[in-house]
Write a protein that binds this ligand. Sequence first.
Ligand SMILES: [Zn+2]
Length: 413
Amino acid sequence: MKNFCSKRSTCRLCGESNLELVLPLKPTPIADHYVTIEQQHIIQETYPLDLYLCESCGHVQLLDVIDPEILFREYSYVTSVSSGLVRHFQEHSNQLIERLSLSPRDFVVEIGSNDGSFLKFFQEAGIHVLGVDPALEVAKKAVASGVNTLPSYFTAEVAREILQDFGPARVICANNVFAHIDNLRTVVDGVYHLMFDDGVFVFEVSYLVDIVEKMLFDTVYHEHLCYHSIKPLCTFFNMVGMELFDVERIPTKGGSIRCWVRKAGHSKPVADSVQLLLDLETELMLDKVHPYKHLLRRINAIKHQLLVLIEDIKLRGLKLAGYGASATVTTLLYHFEMTDVFDFLVDDNPRKHNTYSPDKHIPVYSSDVIYEQQADYVVILAWPYAEVIVQRHKNFLDQGGHFILPFPEVKVL
Ligand SMILES: [Zn+2]
């Protein structure tokens, strides 16, 4: 059988091999590969999920890389199903059009353009756009809705072809994809050559500070190869003749950064925001081993508490369900060694209903099932959404059910 996982030995950003294992999580299957009843016979392998710190530049990353053909070609999530995300993109596109005074002469390219939800807003303003996305079905949907999209990975070579066919871009965007790319160097080389000399590269990505401070360790899964912070990004862009000239912290995905990058040698100064976050990262010692060891201790203490609680529930012969069936839930279940304790999982995403969790094949239903099946306890595995979930299911508590919140500390409601 083909091996779908390879391990790199150098830092993805600076190329050095000074790498220290700082957050060893338990191996997991591919986190979002929930299967249908017909696919239940498929054996799903688990792969190492270890986070390394580059002691040369401070970049935090996975070194075990799963073949992107397995991860992304059949990727089917479309942005337009999330009204929150679409609103976010509308505001972001307005900001870009205004700040960079974009006009119909301009050309905007998006890397990982999904169903074209973001580019549509530029198109509506009369601006030329091109999306690039390797997920075949999703790219097809974008084209069908009128957004020109190449069903491809963005590489230096693809960038050259775009340059030949369409000319240079004024703006290149990449939202929630900069963490997913193993060969960031070829992407950024492509960006450099495709962009006008006064062009701007803007990308949004989860922020390592939020991951560490809010214990969002379950956002670590194989699709996310990089856990970005400003210091290593500044070094990286300097190496390729570019500079990070502004950064904003934004609430997306529990805490992200929007990074503004241009070619080096610009006369305008770099915004103070960059130095402010560099100072914050130094204060938190993000380029040292310590904060990750501390994070692991905090996570494992919660794991221990939760397992004691669950053991007691199981000994009493009570029914236990989990709320949430997403990629983050897979990391949580495996690291907490809770893959065999749930009678079933529930989720509010209809696409997950009547599927089975990766590898262990725990059934997933709609949240009504916690009433139908009379669950006694429900662990909120999608814990960043705990407030909304508890609000929505007051009846469950009124009927004598209990919710268990794992984070930020174990709590029974
Ligand atoms: Zn490095």
